[in-house]
Design a protein around this ligand. Structure first.
Ligand code: CA
Length: 239
């Protein structure tokens, strides 16, 4: 059995920003969200370079999808490093990147930064990625509670991103269950919208584009000051 994605993405600059530094691909095999890092110069250049480095995976089958995704993340990182090296304004530019790849009968998730991948399986929401952030480290150490992370003053501090320096993406492999629905997003969503609301909208809005749009609307209605990107992907077996 091979899997394909029925995916759709909605990306909104939001009412407070002048440009959208989020970049996404909603393919049949590959889904990606990258969020150019705020405060850094040329964040949208970094996220665009990163996503373009992964794009060929939409068309190419791989014998070893884990190694291929790992290599693609490193190519993305190298492309950002090379672009930054040629320009003083681009020094330090970076991006998060979260990717979902349908590889035969398995799903592979690659991750660096604080964009997330969720799985809705049999009505339950699972966060498949762990944020590379200062506040997540505080949660892990028991210094703050998970619910305090979303409002912490340093919640935007990303501890690992694609910036051209050596990076080790987290790669996770999942087997498929009928009805699996994935959601990839930038922190513009998760800073504002809690897991309960995410689970509710993912469960009740059937069409992927409408579901992504409903989640983006929820983030903007909650007062998001960031770009908001939501990608919804249903994994389905192909005959
Ligand atoms: Ca963001």
């Amino acid at each position: 059995m091979a899997l394909t994605l029925v995916s759709a993405v909605v990306s909104d600059t939001g009412p407070y920003r002048t440009n959208n530094e989020d970049v996404a691909i909603a393919g049949r095999r590959l889904a990606v969200v990258a969020d150019g890092m705020g405060g850094m110069p040329d964040g949208e250049v970094a996220s665009d370079l990163a996503v373009r480095a992964l794009e060929p995976m939409e068309r190419l089958g791989d014998n070893d999808p884990v190694a291929a995704l790992h290599a693609a993340f490193n190519r993305a990182n190298d492309a950002i490093g090379a672009a930054a090296a040629g320009s003083t304004e681009r020094q330090g530019m970076g991006t998060t990147m979260t990717a979902l790849l349908a590889a035969g009968s398995r799903m592979v998730v690659g991750h660096v930064g604080d964009s997330r991948c969720y799985l809705l399986r049999e009505g339950r929401l699972h966060q498949l990625t762990r944020d590379d952030t200062y506040v997540q480290a505080l949660v892990d150490q028991g210094v703050i509670r998970p619910e305090q992370a979303r409002t912490h003053p340093h919640r935007a501090l990303v501890t690992c991103a694609l910036q051209g320096t050596p990076v080790d993406p987290t790669i996770t492999v999942l087997s498929h269950l009928q009805g699996d629905r994935f959601m990839l997003c930038s922190d513009g969503l998760t800073d504002e919208v809690d897991d309960e609301t995410i689970a509710h909208l993912m469960s009740t809005v059937e069409e992927p584009y409408e579901c992504a749009a409903a989640l983006v609307r929820a983030a903007i209605a909650a007062g998001s000051r960031d770009n908001v990107t939501v990608l919804v992907a249903d994994a389905r077996p192909v005959d």
